[in-house]
Design a protein around this ligand. Structure first.
Ligand SMILES: C[S@@+](CC[C@H](N)C(=O)[O-])C[C@H]1O[C@@H](n2cnc3c(N)ncnc32)[C@H](O)[C@@H]1O
Length: 275
């Protein structure tokens, strides 16, 4: 079998020769049952959930996902509604005091938070172009985010502690674990960590990520399924339609929406006492 795939993968023969983005490579490496679960999850999201998160899919600052074959730093900006819903998670926090760290921000959450008056937002990402955009979008604000350019593979130099950490990690176990470790290391004693991830992409190894957080004293306070949605480019959407039809056997009489979305859950990890 190809380097991306395990021997019992159902998707392998289709895509071995295609240059694929990291998330797709990760899915190709899953086992057959895990791939089915992934495809079913996205099928239901696109056909049945009709979530509010997809109501306005325009990216305020312009989308950069292109056709979706290869993605810059694995970026896939979420909908505006998803970004706002994330910021709403902090509705009860005090904008003057709450210390927030955003690890990876192609979704421009740091902009949203700064616009809402949060004064202590730190955002870190490896993409200089993205960081320049965040700087430009927030330069007129009284308290723009503190911006750190960092490749997390080499670590993150930040001596602060955050009350809230948001992370949107790459979809591989190693990538997600590395982002999560930085989040854990940057968290204040009673911090909340919001991990945005589609667990089906990681497969059964996902439990290892939660175990990593538990090992550091966190517990899973809440899982919000399909909290975020991300408009997919036409190439990715075409692959998805083919996979649903021929690998999942999805009913062909069910109309498929023109715009398809990827989705992720929101895992809230907390160090507060379990009530
Ligand atoms: C990893 S992407 C989100 C992945 C997405 N949820 C998906 O579909 O796979 C989130 C942000 O992390 C940033 N990023 C990716 N790799 C990074 C790294 N090694 N160090 C720092 N930031 C990184 C990207 O630039 C992007 O803005």
């Amino acid at each position: 079998m190809g380097t991306y795939t395990k021997s019992n993968s159902i998707l392998a023969p289709l895509w071995r020769a295609v240059p694929l983005n990291a998330t797709t490579q990760q899915v190709l490496g899953l086992e057959r049952s895990e791939q089915r679960a992934y495809l079913e999850n996205l099928w239901h999201f696109n056909h049945e959930s009709q979530p509010a998160a997809t109501a306005n899919h325009t990216d305020l600052y312009g989308s950069s996902h292109g056709i979706g074959v290869r993605r810059r730093f694995n970026q896939l900006p979420c909908t505006v509604a998803s970004r706002k819903a994330r910021a709403d998670l902090l509705a009860h926090e005090d904008p003057a005091n709450c210390r927030i760290l955003v690890l990876g921000d192609d979704d421009l959450l740091s902009v949203e938070l700064a616009q809402r008056g949060f004064r202590h937002v730190t955002v870190a990402d490896c993409d200089q172009q993205l960081l320049a955009r965040i700087r430009a979008e927030t330069s007129a604000l009284a308290t723009p985010p503190h911006i750190i350019a960092a490749d997390f593979q080499a670590g993150l130099v930040w001596d602060g502690k955050a009350d809230v950490v948001f992370l949107d990690p790459p979809y591989s176990l190693a990538g997600a674990a590395a982002f999560l470790q930085l989040a854990i290391g940057s968290a204040a004693p009673k911090a909340r960590v919001f991990l945005m991830i589609n667990p089906y992409v990681i497969g059964r190894d996902f439990s290892r990520l939660i175990a990593q957080a538990v090992h550091a004293g966190f517990h899973l306070k809440q899982q919000r399924p399909a909290f975020n949605s991300y408009p997919i480019g036409w190439f990715g959407a075409t692959i998805l339609r083919l996979a649903w039809r021929y690998l999942l056997g999805a009913p062909s009489d069910k109309p498929t929406p023109r715009q398809l979305y990827f989705c992720s859950d929101c895992f809230e990890l907390s160090r507060d006492q379990v009530s």
